[in-house]
Design a binder for this molecule. Structure first.
Ligand code: XBP
Ligand code: MG
Length: 264
């Protein structure tokens, strides 16, 4: 590691969750929303295409409200609309947790490998997401390792900040807890909203695509890849210099980070 005197070394990796750790949306969150609607007799069913449109709004409660504004305005005229949205979202979370606990959502290629390698290399790990905290811990437990929650020094999730992505708040909250400047970290994102949040917090950001984000604008990311790749499954490179590598490892993250800091 050829860090020049005074130059910031890479110290922490901050991961988004939905789309970045796993493709959780179409066959996870979407199904859970629909199950919650069905359970209370609402006729709403979000198909995969409509859900893609609704994903522009981050946060489940915010997404239900946005759907109502566009497609079911009468629901918002109910005197108990706020409470009803909160209840729907709580039921949705229960359905989602059941689905995840069944091990129904595999991690994206390279995620588990890179996290294990980063821990061995002494890098600190954190999470910055708009999803509900319980969703994060259950995904880590079911899809990464039973004790995986303890791998993360800080987990910033859900309503811990009032303004969700694309606002930078969740990343700023995590950086504050880590006591690190953004220049000592790399963020991992999969969506334009997530990237706007991480960049606005000053974080060098690596994008790996997910099902719903293939056509997003990833201007500002230092690299855009199909996924992190595995030794026997190279990632596809949309943008960025892999320095001859076919998958992302800690050595490559350090090379990228050094370049970014040197060129700042
Ligand atoms: C993704 C989101 C979340 C989930 C649903 O966040 O926008 O709202 O779709 O989760 P990220 P909740 O990519 O930042 O992880 O229903 O718990 O909000
Ligand atoms: Mg995401």
């Amino acid at each position: 590691m050829a860090i020049f005197p005074g130059m910031e070394a890479l110290q922490a990796l901050i991961f988004d969750v939905d789309g970045t750790l796993a493709d959780t949306e179409r066959d996870g969150h979407r199904l859970a929303f629909n199950a919650a609607f069905e359970a209370v007799g609402l006729p709403w069913r979000w198909d995969a295409a409509l859900y893609g449109e609704l994903l522009q709004v981050t946060g489940g409660k915010e997404r239900i409200r946005y759907f109502c504004e566009k497609y079911a305005p009468e629901f918002l005229r109910r005197p108990d609309a706020d409470e009803a949205i909160r209840a729907l979202h709580a039921a949705k979370t229960k359905h989602y947790l059941d689905l995840v606990a069944k091990g129904g959502i595999p991690l994206q290629p390279g995620v588990a490998r890179l996290m294990r390698e980063a821990r061995l290399a002494g890098l600190r790990l954190a999470i910055a997401t708009t999803t509900t905290p319980a969703n994060v811990t259950s995904l880590l437990k079911a899809s990464l390792a039973p004790e995986a929650e303890s791998w993360f020094e800080v987990i910033g999730a859900g309503d811990v900040v009032p303004k969700k992505k694309p606002a930078p708040d969740i990343y700023l909250w995590v950086l504050d807890k880590l006591h690190l400047p953004p220049s000592a970290c790399i963020a991992f994102e999969d969506s334009a909203n997530g990237l706007r949040a991480s960049l606005a917090a000053g974080l060098p950001t690596l994008v790996t695509e997910s099902e719903y984000t293939l056509d997003h604008d990833f201007t500002g990311a230092f690299a855009v890849l199909s996924d992190l790749g595995e030794p026997d499954k190279p990632c596809e490179v949309r943008r960025g210099d892999m320095h001859g590598k076919t998958f992302v490892d800690v050595e490559l993250l350090r090379l990228w980070h050094e370049e970014i800091i040197r060129n700042r």
